[in-house]
Write a protein that binds this ligand. Structure first.
Ligand code: C2E
Ligand code: CA
Ligand code: CA
Ligand code: CA
Length: 283
């Protein structure tokens, strides 16, 4: 370069190199994180809206970075998807969540009625070994399919319709259930719902937010409509992001049977989740 005046082309190159370097570094540390087992799962309780009885947990992954501390999935899942590391990461998550659930089932008799919900990434879902790996993990951990629930998004469903329809009988055979996550935020063609044997609709937090103090009458109507649709199609409803008792009461009145959110509990470490199960037993 001539002096300090870089041409836009050179500047572009410098920036490109910087970005590529950052992505490369992150990719390298993500790869190392997998090898060095720097990931952990937290478990957020899902409870009955009326009795507050524990129904299950959603497994949520975190990266315990040696220098940066706890990194949320929103930061590294997209990168893991870009780099293909999402497959080994997802397989680890699946393995870990199933082992944990199997452990609780062995320790607490009531745990055999709980469901462990696992978020499924599109690439993982598309991988040819998806079902084979699930079977392998179920055999190894001796966990039953009925203790498992797969959380998929509308966009995964829309982009992988054929794959989904071919997998469903196999999942049903194993009594593995399916939740449609963040319902109402994606494509939400109500028409496709009736074609897919989905067990549970998860109402997105953005609608639940509007329930507070009637902030948004439209959100109330949307939730009401979602619950009606679910009921008429024989599906359950879980509302996520419930933070206030007022939201819980309204959801309960609207007929939503299950809720998840900070009001009941944030995502918990495995030890804390274990204590949560223990407290259930003593009430
Ligand atoms: P999601 O599946 O919609 O998960 C719910 C998110 O809402 C979680 O964030 C949870 O901690 C947060 N949350 C729960 N209750 C409340 C509440 O009352 N208030 C508020 N403000 N937030 C609440 P998290 O753990 O950061 O996960 C973010 C997203 O990352 C998840 O959204 C999911 O799409 C993805 N993700 C998390 N774990 C996994 C995983 O194991 N595999 C895959 N593929 N994706 C994951
Ligand atoms: Ca989820
Ligand atoms: Ca969700
Ligand atoms: Ca959400």
């Amino acid at each position: 370069a001539k002096g300090n005046n870089l041409t836009s082309y050179e500047l572009f190159n410098v920036e490109m190199r910087q970005t590529m370097l950052e992505v490369f570094e992150l990719e390298t540390s993500l790869r190392q994180a997998l090898e060095q087992q720097q990931f952990i799962l937290h478990y957020q309780p899902i409870v009955s809206a009326t009795s507050l009885e524990l129904l299950g947990f959603e497994a949520l992954v975190r990266w315990v970075h040696p220098e940066k501390g706890l990194i949320s999935p929103g930061k590294f899942i997209p990168l893991a998807e870009e780099t293909g590391l999402i497959i080994p990461l997802s397989e680890w998550i699946f393995q870990e969540a199933c082992s944990q659930m199997a452990q609780w089932c062995a320790d607490f008799r009531m745990a055999s009625s709980l469901k462990m919900s696992i978020n499924i990434a599109a690439y993982h879902f598309q991988s040819p070994q998806f079902l084979e790996k699930i079977d392998q993990i179920l055999t190894e951990t001796q966990l039953l399919g009925k203790n498992l629930k797969l959380e998929i998004t509308e966009s995964l469903l829309i982009k992988n319709t054929d794959r989904f329809l071919s997998l469903v009988p196999q999942l049903q055979q194993r009594q593995i259930e399916i939740s449609l996550d963040d319902f109402g935020t994606g494509y939400s063609s109500l028409n496709y719902l009736k074609r897919f044997p989905i067990n549970t609709l998860k109402i997105d937090k953005s609608f639940v937010d509007g329930l507070d103090y009637q902030k948004n009458q439209a959100d109330v109507s949307i939730i009401e409509a979602i619950i009606h649709i679910a009921q008429s199609l024989g599906m359950d409803v879980v509302a996520e992001g419930v933070e206030t008792d007022r939201q819980r009461q309204q959801l309960q009145q609207l007929g939503c049977e299950a809720i998840q959110g900070y009001l009941m509990s944030p995502p918990l470490t495995s030890e804390k989740a274990r204590e949560f199960i223990n407290r259930q037993l003593s009430v």
